[in-house]
Design a protein around this ligand. Structure first.
Ligand SMILES: [Zn+2]
Length: 455
């Protein structure tokens, strides 16, 4: 297979696109990349616009897609939003979740996303009783990604407690029962039962997650960390999204959430801390010195009034940054990427902390690495052949030239500008349409099924 790209971004910190790039591939891997080819060679698919590596959405809860628009208006807080989210979670079963996730992942494919990190914690029946197959919900997510045509890293999430106060951990509330495995050994046994079969397909990676310091005590999080280390699997955790979490952790444990993770042995290159919005300078130093990563979710953080994280300081300290759409308030990797820089400008009154190439690296190679797909997210020989083409002829991007293409796409493109997507050599999106799924219709039907709203 081969493609001729009018313009392509070849990474490596380049702030400009390269013209006339031929990408050849076989068996799902890129076999060669040649620049400066003036016209498409015989047999090559012509890709007008800017072609970039496939985009990595490193933090997703697929079922939150059903909340879009339903929780956005009015006042309320992260905590009232959470109650509405629990209401949707109660209505899921493996079939309904499969259909909702397949449509959501197909929406991601249309947005140029080629790999998703699914932070999965809706494990059991609503009363906490396991399904006949204790991993039925996770299997539904794996099948959904396969049908949508994108890669998935299933981050099987340990969730044991209902919350944390100065007095300690609360038991799971009724609406949290289906998230919980009772104790870390039971979580590990269930997760290991899935791993016993190995990776389900070449398009899936199995990883682990600790929901948060609110939901998992230090001894249990250490057990999850050891499980991930033993399997060389990626490990993710929600960290310091809200000041209330920090206050409760300090009140009970006498240390910040980041310090608690450090004591439990979780910090390190394997770990991706999601959000990391409210950090002390010492927290930031711990993340940097242990080479831990951070996943930013700016469109969710702004929607939930979480605050603006110290992204400039994290980047300056060398902390790898990746991106996630988390609650799917929108699914648009370009909006997610530019928000990192634009929020930083608002917070610091300084422009240009995160150049376009750094934002695009966060959206591609760093995300792939955080999800256990080392070597992915770049257009280079030996990498998985995952690529996304952004048309430059919409009203948003008309007038773009080769010199401005990278900045135009990062700072002005939307998901609607994605025209063509390849994952593992398969054409998943062509002419802006999904190869096999009527995405809007499937979103509509699957969301109505779990919200109960009328057509
Ligand atoms: Zn999340």
């Amino acid at each position: 297979m081969s493609w001729w790209c009018e313009l392509a971004w070849l990474g490596g910190g380049a702030e400009q696109a390269t013209a006339g790039v031929v990408i050849e591939a076989s068996d799902g891997r890129i076999t060669s990349v040649h620049a400066g080819v003036a016209a498409p060679p015989a047999g090559a698919t012509r890709l007008d616009g800017l072609t970039i590596p496939g985009l990595a959405n490193a933090h997703s809860h697929a079922f939150h897609r059903a909340l879009r628009g339903r929780t956005r208006a009015g006042t309320g807080s992260f905590w009232t939003w959470r109650d509405q989210m629990y209401g949707i979670a109660q209505r899921l079963d493996p079939d309904a979740y499969f259909r909702l996730a397949r449509a959501t992942y197909a929406e991601m494919a249309l947005a140029g996303i080629t790999v998703v990190g699914e932070f999965h914690y809706v494990h059991h029946q609503p009363d906490g009783t396991p399904y006949a197959d204790a991993n039925a919900m996770g299997e539904a997510l794996l099948a959904a990604a396969a049908e949508a045509g994108i890669r998935i890293t299933l981050l099987d999430t340990c969730y044991l407690h209902g919350g944390l106060t100065a007095d300690g951990y609360a038991p799971l509330a009724d609406h949290q029962r289906r998230f919980g495995d009772r104790h870390a050994d039971a979580w590990a046994a269930r997760a290991a039962a899935r791993c016993g079969a190995g990776s389900p397909t070449p398009m899936a990676v199995l990883g682990a997650a600790v929901h948060s310091v609110r939901a998992v005590d230090p001894a249990s999080m250490a057990a999850v960390g050891a499980w991930a280390t033993g399997r060389d699997a990626p490990l993710h955790i929600h960290l310091s999204e809200q000041p209330a979490e920090n206050e409760a952790c300090l009140a009970h444990h006498g240390r910040t959430p980041t310090e608690l993770l450090h004591d439990a042995g979780l910090l390190g290159e394997r770990l991706t801390a999601v959000h990391a919005t409210h950090l002390t300078d010492a927290d930031l130093g711990l993340l940097a010195s242990t080479r831990s990563g951070v996943c930013l979710c700016p469109t969710t953080e702004r929607d939930l009034a979480d605050g603006i994280g110290p992204t400039g300081a994290l980047a300056a300290a060398g902390v790898p940054l990746c991106l996630g759409s988390d609650s799917h308030a929108v699914i648009d990797p370009f909006e997610e990427a530019r928000a990192v820089e634009l929020d930083e400008r608002l917070a610091t009154l300084v422009r240009g902390t995160h150049p376009a190439s750094a934002l695009l690296t966060a959206a591609t190679a760093t995300g792939y690495s955080a999800l256990g797909w080392d070597g992915g997210g770049v257009l280079a020989e030996g990498s998985p052949v995952d690529l996304t083409t952004v048309g430059l002829d919409s009203v948003r991007l008309a007038g773009t030239d080769a010199d401005s293409a990278l900045a135009s796409v990062v700072f002005a493109a939307t998901a609607a500008d994605v025209t063509y997507v390849v994952v593992g050599g398969n054409v998943v999106v062509s002419d802006g349409a999904h190869a096999s799924i009527d995405v809007a219709a499937e979103l509509d039907a699957s969301i109505r099924a779990v919200t109960g709203s009328a057509a």
